[in-house]
Each structure stands twice: as C-alpha cells, then as structure tokens.
Design a binder for this molecule. Structure first.
Ligand code: 1FH
Length: 236
C-alpha cells in the first residue's frame, strides 16, 4: 500500500493460507515422486500421466471459476489471461500424445476424486474455490521455472518449449510481482473469519488431493520398473 510497502497481518487470508499449508507443503515436497523429479529422475511416461492429471484438474477448476466469475468472493481473483492453464496443457498433451490425444487420456481414480470435489465446491460453496486456485496457481508461479528446467533437461525436450507450455505464463512478466498482487487481492476479499478458516482447510485438502496423485504416479512408476525387470534376461 503506502510507499509500496504491504503490511501483513496474521488475520490476512494470504498469511493464514501460507501458515496453514506450511506443514502439508513440506510433506508434499518430501514424497518419493517429487524427490525423484527434483533429482531429474523423471520418466517421460510418468511426466505425461502427471500432465493428464493436471489437464483434468485445471479444466474443472477453470470451468468452475468461469461459471462463478461474478461471485463477490472470486471476481477479484479472476485472471483468465494471466493464469489459466487448460489450453497450455492441451498443447503439451498434443505434443506428447499426438493429434488424437483426447482419445488416449482418461481420469485416474485420484484425479477423479479431486475433480469431483472442485465441481461440488463450484456448485455449493464457490468461496472455497479460492483455496483451489491458491494452491495450484501460487505453487506453479513459485516452483514452475525450476521444474521447467529439470523437466527439459531430464527428458531432453526441445529448448523451444514444446511440451513445457504448462510452465510458461506468457501473460506474467514477474512471478514475484504477480504473487504479491494475488495475495493483496485475496486479502481484500470481504470474508468473515469462519469462511477464511474454511478456505485454509480446503487448501490443505487441495494439497492432499495433489499428493494422492503423486502416490498414484509412484505406483505406476514401480510397475513400469517391474515390467523392465520381468523382461530382463535371467543370468546364471
Ligand atoms: Fe510449492 N513452493 N513447491 N508447491 N508452493 C513455494 C510456494 C508455494 C516447491 C517450492 C516452493 C508444490 C511443489 C513444490 C505452493 C504449492 C505447491 C515456495 C516459496 C517454494 C520455494 C516461493 C516464494 O515464497 O516465493 C518445491 C521445491 C516443490 C516440489 C518440487 C506443489 C505440491 C504445490 C501444491 C499443489 C503454494 C500454494 C505456494 C505459495 C505459498 C505462499 O502462500 O506463499 C511441487 C510438488 C511441485 C510436486 C511439483 C511437484
């Protein structure tokens, strides 16, 4: 605000969300799948499946935000040009799977549960969509550039950015500045403390849905490994 300095209070939604999801964020960062990813141990098959899950998740989230864009608790957080990821993910999936990508993808059980929750929230408690948008978009704006580099190197994707559109926010010049704007917009919402508390709880739930998807990918990774072992010649 004054002089460009933003004063944050513990009752500000942005602070409540950061504090309330700190523990579950650490837990998410420490899942096997994520640690492997950060070490550059990413199999393309798993990366593709991760993108499929993100495509269904963002499609649901952005459809519900579109439907509720005039809702007073959401209008200030409606940035389709800057944030929306559905089209970027569709381009990545077309790159990975080809023209008929839509016929090749399907909802995993954990993705389906996540999508159903988002749809239910969109219908019954649209204010809680704030939690889902916060969890995904603030996360993407925070770790996106690092993950983009890791993924590009590990899978030897073209430096032109094909397959990596998800990480590329063309409408945002400074992720840091945009996150500050987004936080101040969240803090300007007129919400009572009960609703703010509900939003924090929903954000923890959103992290858990993401972790369930990582868990599924881990399992698929293990079964791919087993296939390789089964196919290996037995010596001796
Ligand atoms: Fe994160 N995240 N994140 N993160 N993240 C940060 C902020 C947020 C990692 C690092 C950082 C996920 C994943 C990973 C959020 C959600 C999610 C910041 C602080 C760092 C350093 C940046 C800042 O303050 O400017 C690393 C490393 C990750 C693993 C690779 C996933 C789990 C997201 C949730 C679905 C959110 C909401 C924030 C904003 C906090 C705030 O309020 O300021 C990650 C895991 C990414 C697995 C990919 C795969």
């Amino acid at each position: 605000q004054e002089g460009g300095v933003t004063v944050l209070r513990p009752t500000d939604l942005s602070e409540m969300l950061a504090a309330g999801t700190k523990e579950v964020h650490e837990k998410a960062e420490n899942t096997e799948f994520v640690k492997d990813f950060l070490r550059g141990r990413i199999r393309k098959e798993l990366f593709k499946l991760g993108h499929v899950a993100l495509y269904f998740t963002y499609s649901a989230m952005e459809e519900e935000m579109e439907r509720n864009k005039e809702h007073p608790d959401l209008a200030a957080l409606y940035f389709p040009h800057e944030l929306h990821r559905r089209d970027a993910l569709a381009r990545d999936l077309q790159y990975f799977y080809g023209e008929d990508w839509q016929d090749q993808i399907s909802l995993s059980p954990a993705t389906q549960r996540y999508v159903e929750r988002i749809q239910q929230i969109g219908r019954d408690q649209p204010a809680l969509l704030v939690a889902h948008a916060y969890t995904r978009y603030m996360g993407d704006l925070s770790g996106g550039q690092v993950l983009r580099k890791v993924a590009q190197r590990a899978m030897k994707l073209p430096p032109t950015g094909e397959g990596l559109n998800f990480y590329q926010f063309d409408g945002i010049h400074s992720a840091k500045a945009f996150k500050q704007l987004y936080r101040s917009r969240m803090n300007e919402l007129e919400l009572d403390s009960h609703t703010k508390q509900k939003i924090v709880e929903e954000a923890v739930l959103a992290f858990q849905f993401n972790m369930e998807i990582f868990g599924e990918l881990e399992k698929v990774g293990k079964s791919l490994q087993d296939d390789v072992l089964d196919a290996a010649p037995v010596h001796g």
